[in-house]
Design a protein around this ligand. Structure first.
Ligand code: FE2
Length: 374
């Protein structure tokens, strides 16, 4: 395969200090049942709740946590509610990528000055555990970023949420933190959103993959990765490229009814244990054929993990100039072929598994074909 990926580092600096991913909020059809899935399948703990019992009569939110990852699952009670409308259009999906900042008012002011579109102005909310300042700006599709300043808050999640504990026995699967969040955008829109992250947030363009890097016999896509100065926040943006058949990105955009979050990559320190447990819990993964492992050692060199276990669990391996990484991708986690997860363990490597793109996209296309969408 011809190599055209470029590592591009521009001189941009963050427009405002960013602390990391604060939370990811999903709008879903049934938050109570989704919360059960994330507890029993992915090993998240239930930590906070908002709903009728806490005085919120329009919607309910379940907050789940595993180490540094915080997911919020939200459902509305009325069909005309914005949350219900979002679910009707997009199916279950990511509404909010919340970013922790030192000063939400200042970050919002900077973002707006630099061209961001407002969702809501800075607002301070408080309860007996302190106060939080949040503000919202738009990104691709109906997705938004909420800027969260929580240094003066000691509660379970945000003011108005009550602490909760899981009702089932939760066993952690070793998921640690969000490594990157990938957005799929419509044909021709990738550069617009890359520029948004550069101009509004001061992010750097890290890597460019063109359709020569990411193509199979049937479909192709292009991708650019932007990251903040610390590298804690990485947002790859994909767009479809012309191919013989329908690109996986086109399938996503068709079923999501627009641009949105495609996958969330979560890091673990022990991918063998994590994936073994996730499989036992019923999480289903994309399948790569056994032939992938035929010349793996020649391709990636010496690795510390047990090769037979890697093959048994169907984990992918790739090496770059800094080290290697192990990764695996779930199938979509809702009825539509939209959001899925990547589980990743980095052993020095800072890249995204380019050597696995072909095997991965062929695996996705097998699923597309089964759905009748290739
Ligand atoms: Fe990824």
């Amino acid at each position: 395969m011809q190599t055209t990926a470029e590592r591009t580092v521009t001189e941009n600096r963050d427009a405002f200090p960013i602390l990391g991913t604060d939370y990811i909020e999903f709008y879903v059809g049934n938050a109570k049942q989704a919360a059960h899935y994330y507890q029993t399948a992915f090993g998240f703990e239930w930590v906070a709740y908002k709903g009728p019992e806490t005085g919120c009569t329009d919607f309910c939110s379940y907050v789940l946590q595993q180490q540094k990852i915080r997911f919020v699952l939200t459902s509305a009670f009325r069909p005309d509610h914005e949350i219900a409308q979002h679910v009707m259009r997009h199916g279950d999906g990511v509404k909010t990528l919340a970013i922790g900042v030192e000063d939400a008012r200042e970050a919002y002011k900077m973002a707006i000055e630099r061209g961001a579109e407002s969702v809501f102005e800075p607002r301070k909310t408080d309860d007996h555990d302190g106060n939080v300042v949040t503000a919202g700006i738009r990104t691709y599709g109906d997705t938004i970023h909420v800027l969260v300043e929580r240094s003066a808050y000691g509660g379970a999640f945000l003011p108005g949420y009550q602490p909760r504990k899981s009702l089932v026995a939760v066993r952690s699967t070793g998921l640690k933190h969000v490594d990157h969040c990938v957005g799929n955008v419509e044909l021709g829109q990738m550069n617009r959103w890359v520029r948004f992250y550069q101009d509004v947030m001061g992010f750097k363009l890290l890597i460019t993959f063109d359709d020569k890097d990411i193509s199979t016999e049937y479909s192709a896509l292009m991708s650019k990765v932007v990251a903040n100065g610390s590298g804690y926040i990485k947002f790859p943006i994909n767009e479809p490229a012309p191919g013989k058949r329908k690109s996986q990105i086109e399938e996503y955009v068709e079923f999501y009814r627009g641009a949105g979050v495609q996958h969330i990559a979560i890091e673990t320190d022990n991918i063998l244990q994590t994936v073994d447990q996730l499989r036992k819990n019923g999480v289903d993964f994309l399948y790569v054929p056994d032939s992938y492992y035929d010349n793996l050692t020649e391709r990636v060199g010496v690795i510390e993990e047990n090769f037979d276990e890697i093959r048994r669990l169907n984990i992918l391996v790739d090496r770059d100039e800094d080290g290697y990484l192990l990764q695996i991708f779930t199938k979509p986690v809702q009825d539509r072929p939209t959001v899925f997860y990547e589980i990743i363990q980095r052993k020095g490597a800072r890249s995204f598994g380019k050597g696995n793109f072909k095997a991965l996209f062929e695996a996705i296309e097998r699923e597309q074909a089964l759905r009748g969408n290739l």
